[in-house]
Design a binder for this molecule. Sequence first.
Ligand SMILES: Cc1cc2nc3c(=O)[nH]c(=O)nc-3n(C[C@H](O)[C@H](O)[C@H](O)COP(=O)(O)OP(=O)(O)OC[C@H]3O[C@@H](n4cnc5c(N)ncnc54)[C@H](O)[C@@H]3O)c2cc1C
Ligand SMILES: *[C@@H]1O[C@H](CO)[C@@H](O)[C@H](O)[C@H]1NC(C)=O
Ligand SMILES: *[C@@H]1O[C@H](CO)[C@@H](O)[C@H](O)[C@H]1NC(C)=O
Ligand SMILES: *[C@@H]1O[C@H](CO)[C@@H](O)[C@H](O)[C@H]1NC(C)=O
Ligand SMILES: *[C@@H]1O[C@H](CO)[C@@H](O)[C@H](O)[C@H]1NC(C)=O
Ligand SMILES: *[C@@H]1O[C@H](CO)[C@@H](O)[C@H](O)[C@H]1NC(C)=O
Length: 588
Amino acid sequence: MESPSLTKTIHLLLLSISIFFFLLELTTASPPPSPVHCATDNTYNCTVTNAYGTFPDRSTCHAQGVVYPSSEQELIQFVANATAFKTKMKVATRFSHSIPKLACPGGSDGLIISTLHLNHVVNIDNDTMEITVESGITLKALIEVAAKANLAIPYVPYWYGLTIGGLLSTGAHGSSLTGKGSAVHEYVTEMRLVTPAPASMNYARVRVLKVGNPDLDAAKVSLGVLGVISQVTLQLQPMFKRSLTFVTRSDEDLAEQAVKFGHRHEFADLAWYPGHRKVLYRKDDRVPVNVSGNGNYDFIGFRATPTLAIEINRFAEDTVEVAKSADGKCADSLLTTSTLALAAYGLKNNALLFTGYPVIGYQNKMQASGGCAFGSEDNLLTACPWDPRIKGSFFHQTTVSIDLDRVKDFILDVQRLRDLKPSALCGLELYDGILMRYAKASSAYLGKQSDVLDFDITYYRSRDPMKPRLYEDFLEEIEQMALFKYNGLPHWGKNRNLAFEGVIKKYNESKAFLKVKDRHDPDGLFSSEWSDQILGLDGSVIVKKAGCALEGLCICSEDVHCAPEKGYYCRPGKVYNDAMVCTDVNSI
Ligand SMILES: Cc1cc2nc3c(=O)[nH]c(=O)nc-3n(C[C@H](O)[C@H](O)[C@H](O)COP(=O)(O)OP(=O)(O)OC[C@H]3O[C@@H](n4cnc5c(N)ncnc54)[C@H](O)[C@@H]3O)c2cc1C
Ligand SMILES: *[C@@H]1O[C@H](CO)[C@@H](O)[C@H](O)[C@H]1NC(C)=O
Ligand SMILES: *[C@@H]1O[C@H](CO)[C@@H](O)[C@H](O)[C@H]1NC(C)=O
Ligand SMILES: *[C@@H]1O[C@H](CO)[C@@H](O)[C@H](O)[C@H]1NC(C)=O
Ligand SMILES: *[C@@H]1O[C@H](CO)[C@@H](O)[C@H](O)[C@H]1NC(C)=O
Ligand SMILES: *[C@@H]1O[C@H](CO)[C@@H](O)[C@H](O)[C@H]1NC(C)=O
C-alpha cells in the first residue's frame, strides 16, 4: 500500500517530467491526421471529422466521396457536377479545427470538397497593400507570404493551423478594440464565391463580392452555407513590431479593469486563473520597426510535444479526476502555470533566449504559432496535445462573447460563484485559464452584434460520455450564465450543442443572411442538419437522453440527464438560479 503522500509525490513528479518535456523545443513534428478518410481509392465512401476526431455528440459523419480542387477552374467543375446531380456538398479544410459539426455535408452521401490543395497565393499588391489568396491557405503561410512583402495582418487567431476560408466562416478573431477590431473578416475587401447555378448557367457560377456589396456582409461569416469561398482579398498594413509584457496580478479588481484594459493596449488580452484569484494581463502594443528587438512568441501549448509527455500529462489529469481531488487540481495547476510563467509562455527576446520583458519583435513572429501542426515526420513521436491518435488531451470548450457593457456584472457573478468553492475552478487553469479577448461590433450578419469581451474556457472531458466531471456544476452554471443571463454569443467554431439553442435570435440581421443563402444556394446543397439547426430552419441542437447534460447535448431538466447513479443530480445554479446543472450532491 502506498501512503497518500507518496502517491501525491509520485503524481507531482510525473507531472513535472511531462511539463519538462513540454518545454523542450523539438525541430521535428508529426502533423495531425487528415479529417477525411475514404475506404475506396482515397476518394469514395468517406468519413469526415474534426481535428479532435469526434464531434460534440461523439459522432463522425459519412460522405459519398471527396474531391481536391487545386484551382478555381477545377472547383467550378466539381460544384457544377454536384449541383447537376443535386448532391449535397461541404468544404473540409486541411485539419478541420472547428469543434461543432460544421464539416459534415447534409445526409450521408454528400460530397466533401477539400481545400487542401486550393492554397495558392494569387496576388500581392504592394501599392494598395492587399493580398489575394485561395481559401485553403493556412494562416501560417499567409502570415509568412505577407511578411516577405513587408506587410502585416493586424489581428488573427493565435493558432496558425487554421485556413483563411475556415477561420472567416466561423468569425474567428484575435484580440483588439483598435480600428475595426480583432476579427479577420473585418479586413476582407473582396471574396470570390463559387455557388450552385441553374442549368442555363452550367450549374455553377463565381460571385465576386467587393466592399459595398451587401452580400459580402453575409459571405464574410457564412458557416460554409453560401457556397465555396474560392479566393479572399485582405487589406494588410505596413509591417510593424510589437512590444509585449505579461504581468500577473490579483483578480480582486478584475471586474473594474477588464474593459478599461482593452482600451489601453492595442493587443491586450487577459488570462484569468479564478481558482488562484490571479490574472495574467497581456500588455501588448504596436511599436515602429526601428525599435530594436527580434523577439518571437512560440506558445508552448502549440509546439510539437513528445507524445509520451502528452500522455503522462493526461494520465495525471485523469488521476486527480478519479480521486475527485479538487485540491489536487489546484496543486497541479499551480505547478503548471508557474512553470509556464518561468518559461515566459514560449516568448523569446531573440533567436535563443528569454531575457526579460518587454519582448519586442516583428508582428509576424509574435501574432500566432502552432509548430505541432507543421512537420514532415509521420512517426507520432510528437503530436499536438489533442491529436486523436494518442491518449492525449480531450476537452470541452465554452467560448462566449459578452457585450462590454455587461462584462463587469458577469465577472462579479463568476467571482461570487467561485467564492463558494475556489478549488472547483482550478481544473480550467490546467488549460491556461479563461482566455479573455476583445472584438468589435461587425457589419457581418453573423458577426459580433456589439463590442465584446470573448471568454474562452477549456476544461476536462472524459473519454467516457457517461462519466461526470469533478465540479461540472460550476462550469455548467458559468456556461448558462454567459449564454442566457448575459445573452452572450457563442463562437461558431467552438462550444457544446446547448450553446447554439436559439442562437440565431441573437442576430439582428439573420433574415438578411438567410435571404442571401436562398439566393446563392436555393436547393440548400451546402446546408446540413447541423447548419439548419443552428440557423433555426429545421430541428434542434438539443439531444435529450440519459447523460445528455454531461456532454452539453442538453441542459438537464431531469436527474437522468446527469448521472444520478454516480451522485450527480439536476439542481438549480447556486448564483444564477435559472441555471440547471449536474451537481454532485455529496460534495457541495
Ligand atoms: C488550437 C486552436 C486554437 C484556436 N485559436 C483560435 C483563436 O485564437 N481565435 C478564434 O477565433 N478561433 C480560434 N480557434 C477556432 C478556429 O478559429 C475555428 O475553429 C476555425 O473555424 C477553424 O478553421 P479551419 O480552417 O480549421 O476550418 P474548419 O473547421 O475546417 O471549417 C469551418 C467551417 O467553414 C467552412 N469552410 C471552410 N473553408 C471554406 C471555404 N473555402 N468555403 C466555404 N466554406 C468553408 C467549413 O465547411 C466549416 O463549415 C482555434 C482552434 C484551435 C484548434
Ligand atoms: C464503405 O466502407 C465501409 C468500411 O469503412 C464498408 O463497411 C462499407 O461496406 C463500404 N460501403 C461501400 C458502399 O462500399
Ligand atoms: C459527378 O457527380 C456524380 C454524382 O455525384 C458522380 O458519380 C461523378 O463521379 C461526378 N463526376 C465528376 C467528373 O466529378
Ligand atoms: C513588393 O515588395 C517586396 C518587398 O518589399 C518585393 O520583394 C516585391 O518584389 C514587391 N512586389 C512588387 C510587385 O513590386
Ligand atoms: C525611428 O524612426 C523615426 C523616424 O522614422 C525617428 O523619429 C525615431 O527616432 C527612430 N527611432 C529609433 C529608436 O531609432
Ligand atoms: C441589434 O439590435 C439591438 C436591439 O435592437 C441594438 O441594441 C443593437 O445595436 C443592434 N446591433 C446591430 C449590430 O445592429
